[in-house]
Write a protein that binds this ligand. Sequence first.
Ligand code: ATP
Length: 702
Amino acid sequence: MFHFARCSRLTRNTVTTDRYLCSLKIRDVFIHCKRRVQHTVQWSSSQNTATHFTVIWRQAQKVLRLASRQQLRQSNISLKLILAPAALTVTARLFSSGAHCHVDVNNNIPSEVKEKTPEFSWSVLWVFVRPELLALIGAVILAFAAAVLNIQIPMMLGDLVNVVARHMREQAGHYMRDIRTPAVKLLGLYALQGMLTSGYIILLSRVGERVAANMRKTLFSSLLRQDVAFFDANKTGQLVNRLTSDIQEFKSSFKLVISQGLRSTTQTVGCFFSLYIISPKLTGLTVLVLPCLVGAGALIGSFLRALSRNAQEQVAKATGVADEALGNVRTVRAFAMEDRELEMYAAEVEKSAEMNETLGTGIAVFQGLSNIVLNSIVLGTIFAGGSLMACNDMSPGDLMSFLVASQTVQRSLASISILFGQMVRGMSAGARVFEYLTLEPSIPLTGGGRIPHRSLTGRVDFMNIYFSYPTRPGNQVLKNFSLTLPPCRTVAIVGESGGGKSTVAALLERFYDPSGGEILLDGLDIRTLDPSWLRGHVIGFISQEPVLFGTSVMENIRFGKPSATDVEVVAASKQANAHNFITGFSDGYNTVVGERGVTLSGGQKQRIAIARALIKNPSILILDEATSALDAESERVVQEALDRATSGRTVLIIAHRLSTIQGADLICVMSDGRIVEAGTHPELLSKGGLYAELIKRQRSEK
Ligand SMILES: Nc1ncnc2c1ncn2[C@@H]1O[C@H](COP(=O)(O)OP(=O)(O)OP(=O)(O)O)[C@@H](O)[C@H]1O
């Protein structure tokens, strides 16, 4: 679209440009030609090479024509000469363009970064439906049979009416005897149809529930496998929305479309067939209107689909805001931001209500229109049927059958139109679920080599690491960063806030992969090692703000090693200085810690986190500002536990408070994404560099 717009603008401007060009001298024309060609390349950058050269050729010819008007021919400048530099520029651009990402000139957003609308995939749906195929086929058969029986009803009603009409007309025969057979048949039909209906609903709800449960499990497992970068870019509320509302919406639509959709379609087709048998003339009239209905339906449908997709995305956004506020309710309370959060949520909810209202209006207009058309068909039927009866072309029973059958068609078509809206919502909900089902993480959870525990020394080498976070590709956090963590030694990293210290730990955990350089464990690139082994057995990570799960203390510590016995849990908590306070609780190790450990103090949470890390007996321990959030007393107890925990392990300490790392074997000072100073505390002090400056600054702050 953009290219055409630019193109027409270019053409409009040509007249003015030509006049301007006429007044130029040879050299100017030459430069102008080159510029025009370059300009052309810019706007047609996504066209193919042939298009490029066609456009360039036309531009060049134009310039030459203008040049000839300026008697350029006399100066022997050939077309080739004019084209040569331009073509060279173009060629260079064309070939280099393959190496860069395509940038939309319109708004300078790389096209790869733009949000794309998820597509509904039948093949993914098939994967979930296949295990339930038997039950689904059963449901389809029963629903189909119920619909076929429904088709019989108008005919049988017609027979019944004919018996009644005959008796009224002739006043002869035995009414009860004559009416018994069609009445019993009709009753039997109703009973059978009722049983079939129950049968298919039971089967279908089984299929729906199982498909939805499998989708939930698979989506959750897929989300858990995603890269950490994925969670940097997506709000948890929106992800949870896909697991809950979207799957719920999809399930309801799936069940409804199969049950009612199948029934309504079968009834529509079957009743049309009956209508034709009863009166081909009347049916012909009805059929004439149908193509218009279908065409209008398809048109409105595509519009409604887009509306529904946007509305659902907006609901997810609102959920994201609520989730963030409720998940961080203490921070919200501490800053008295309840009103602002409410405002933000209300704004998103209003938007979503508006969108859903528009969608509702769209669906309502669609249904209203189809009702008007269908009711008009019924009126027309009575009018035309009456005149056929007058010519004895139709019996009263036939007209009754025709009316009931056309009513069934009307009901079925109306329900198809409602279903259509439901299907639209279901498909966009499904597309949103499927989007993350098929997403493959760039760092797998498992797979790769393992180093036997006995031979693992725990030496780590960061070799010329370059890294920027995927969500901020322009901000290079680590630049040629190199560092060695010798086995069983403690290395501390200090430096200014935001300098990239925690990023070093995140890379060692393989939460992200560096864009350049490699990280070696015992000489092996960690990208060749099993990430789950690395995180689960080799590295213990203790952060500044440990997050606990809302289960018991015992379960939280066992999170570090699910197979640990109670004795191991107690041993780890003793090592972490946690045993005493845990046994002080009335429920001891069975005390439930509340959501994210909210019922514990900072120091208690930290010690449980230390026990959780120690229980897996890691060879490498990362302490990311583990004591910086604690008061002096808690820090002393936690520090004591940490000193005990670090012996015999490779330790990486990331520290703010320099007092806590003075005993480290090596202290590295980070600045501008790399190590600028390294040595022991006395060495760095005597050097009088950045470290000495930091120490001085911290002392003066006290
Ligand atoms: N998940 C993330 N996505 C994008 N950028 C991030 C992410 N985490 C950190 N950053 C950015 O990377 C840079 C380094 O952050 P990092 O947390 O490693 O610094 P730090 O030295 O540990 O800081 P502090 O001492 O304050 O904890 C910062 O500019 C930060 O804004």
